[in-house]
Design a protein around this ligand. Sequence first.
Ligand SMILES: Cc1cc2nc3c(=O)[nH]c(=O)nc-3n(C[C@H](O)[C@H](O)[C@H](O)COP(=O)(O)OP(=O)(O)OC[C@H]3O[C@@H](n4cnc5c(N)ncnc54)[C@H](O)[C@@H]3O)c2cc1C
Length: 359
Amino acid sequence: MTNIVVIGAGYSGLVAAHRLARRTDARVTLVNAAPDFVERVRLHQHAAGENLRVRPLAESVRGTGIELVIGWVRAIDPARKEIDVDGRVIGYDTLVYALGSVADDHGVPGVAENAHAVAGHADATRLRDLLPTKGTVTVVGAGLTGVEVATELAEQHPNLHVRVVAGHAPGSSLSANARRHLGRVFNRLGIEVRTGARVAKVLADSVVLTDCDELPTDITVWTTGFRVSPLAKEAGIRTDRDGRIVVDETQRSVSHPDIYAIGDSAVVRINGQELRMACATAEPMAEYTAKAIAARLRNQEPKPFGYRYYLQCISLGRKDALVQLVDAMDRPKKTVITGRVGALIKEGIVRGAGWTALR
Ligand SMILES: Cc1cc2nc3c(=O)[nH]c(=O)nc-3n(C[C@H](O)[C@H](O)[C@H](O)COP(=O)(O)OP(=O)(O)OC[C@H]3O[C@@H](n4cnc5c(N)ncnc54)[C@H](O)[C@@H]3O)c2cc1C
């Protein structure tokens, strides 16, 4: 019997494991660090104090035939086709690599010691536990995660002064209509924005900019991007300079054909453009990869992976959101849906993503 091992049970790994168990006769083993599925796209809500539902992986895989192993993947040996999970060796015929990503501090001094992230459950919990009842929160980064974090904290904690510090204006990749709405929401929530800023270092009680300006803060949240696990690179699997696995048009590693990579861990280009790290791209990659592996087990060659963008959805607290319509290449169109309707659409998409992964 073919052994398929999926490492990482986030959005992509969990979808892949379920679809593989359904579509193939292989033995499917799913390895994850923690026993519960983490809805990463809600971690800013968790950090702001909302109690998220606990979703045990054991419940998700019950009755599917998937063997669940809870543990930390320490190494991959592609020559022996083995992985090391906390010292236990597990062999594979096909490996699906879905280890996601963590916050990237870009090597800025003091971030690891003095700033908090929302990229993982432990990070978001630490931020939630240390959030002061009053004072200033400085959110570094004004990309989509920074905007979601800043608005959520400002709405849930009106006694806090929320400041966003970034090189560019919040949501600079969005349409003019979207940016106008964002401006109104930031005003309503009293969020201060400091643009044109580069952070030189983070201290316990201030953020120091490269122009030597020092911004006093009670707590700092770091949201400037994600980086991936070094495991693939350490194993000699071909990666790009950021450590993401380089795959062919069927999500298969270009250096190791028995390894597939999906989600944030894989660098995928469609029409020459790199797909962004997103739940919105991770789940379709996983659905596709399960089909591709199943086809190859039947000695059929799968069609290449195809993807197009439709929307970007950004929450702005619990009562507002921005649904930005985009073209196939992720470029913003004029149309945006905002307010309660936007919030309902965003909530529906987040629920749908969790539902797709868990079932
Ligand atoms: C606050 C926030 C908001 C976001 N909002 C959106 C959004 O609105 N829309 C959107 O499309 N995307 C959003 N994203 C991005 C999205 O969450 C990620 O792109 C998505 O989770 C990637 O899925 P994945 O399967 O690659 O990785 P993950 O979901 O991160 O899963 C990786 C899994 O691997 C496990 N793992 C990692 N290393 C090891 C190891 N060595 N051993 C064992 N297990 C390991 C982890 O514990 C985890 O369970 C958001 C992210 C954050 C942090």
